[in-house]
Design a binder for this molecule. Sequence first.
Ligand code: TYD
Ligand code: MG
Length: 458
Amino acid sequence: MKNKVTTLYKCKECGYTSPGKMGKCPECGGWGTFEQTTIGRSQGFSMSTPISAPVPLTEINNDTKKRYSTNLTEVDRVLGGGIVPGSVILVGGEPGIGKSTLLLQIADSLLKEVSKASTNDINKTILYASGEESPSQIKLRANRLSISNKNLLLTFETEISSIQQMVKEYDPCVLIVDSIQTVYTNSIEGTAGSISQIRETTQILVNLAKRNNITVFIVGHVTKDGNIAGPKFLEHLVDVVLYIEGEKNSIIRMLRSNKNRFGETGELGILSMKEKGLMPVSDPSEVFLGKLDSSRSGTLIFPSLEGIRTLFLEIQALCTQSFTPVPRRVISGSDFNRTIMLAAILEKRIGVSFIGLDYFVNVTGGSRINDPAADLAISIALLSSRSDIQLPSKLVAFGEVGLSGEIRPVVGAEKRIQEAQQRKFFPIFVPSGSISKPSKNSSIIEISHINEIVEKLK
Ligand code: TYD
Ligand code: MG
């Protein structure tokens, strides 16, 4: 059969193809990166013999994979109980947040754990491929963390076939690649860190993990908007996506899983960056809450559900007279548009105006809330600061606010109430209907519309 030759234009950076030449690549945004290329396309069907026969579902073994504990409780919690051999774990976070520190700690902890294992099922070395830092920098960090383990092998190779070769030779149980933006393959064009290189090297690492049954940790940089840099499908290729979050100048670091093929997402690990690395935090709410001894305006507590835990966060708002032509709205820790919407609902439904006022909303400790259950707490904080209403020092509130100002029920109400009561927080503002039978406990206050807030605070 004749081959038909088609002329195409291909982006050197990311491999995007187009029938016509383009100035700017729609995939990676590169300028002048298109080159002419030809492809031969055979017409019609061609039959090839499959390599393996399909297997009936009933004949596939229930191979519940063994997990290896990292011995770091907060990390195990987020991973769903430990690491699964053959899995690929992507770790993202801003520069300096603690990715390399955490991975070095995980490596050391895992080595201690597997050295105890009596079986020979697992190899007892870990290969750490670092393209980011020099040997002496890593040594310095290891000294700081009091890590000294001869089974932790370091390499500064960044060409992927050399790393593959080393895996073949040393057969480690875990491979750590720090970071994916520094490794490259000679088999395709483009510099390390370009989209096509990231795509190709990740694919090679995924194959390596599955074929050799080793766990691969891949460090990924994040872009300005907080996503892992590179093609979005990077996250589809791997089994687990972890993010390390937190404010640079706070010591609290949060480990969150965005995707986990072997466990639940939504679990949160809380660590604090100490002199000797990242340490688990046993009572996270204590680090997020300030002193709760006097009443103040604009500050209250929101019970946030994070996996199986309830985390108590402080929500603060500050409204001040604006001296700029366009008043400022500075929002950190909650969704910008949703917060603006809540201020608009307060204006429309209870007539408090934010005209000529700057407002600032903050969730303390560098935490981030993506839960509409925080609506009521944010609205109360804004209203309290705007109208100088003193709030009880241990006031807790949760509930979703609808556009007409109604307070809607949210998931996990019982759990939030129960844990707030255990901590002796009161009063607790909840959406009406959240408690099955009217409680004798006067600390729970049901609220059905935002126009009841002021009345119920009296
Ligand atoms: P690092 O792991 O290098 O971050 P990343 O790999 O995400 O870029 O973390 C660097 C920061 O952590 C640095 O600012 C110093 C701090 N740090 C500690 O506070 N304690 C420690 O024990 C270590 C190793 C680092
Ligand atoms: Mg690093």
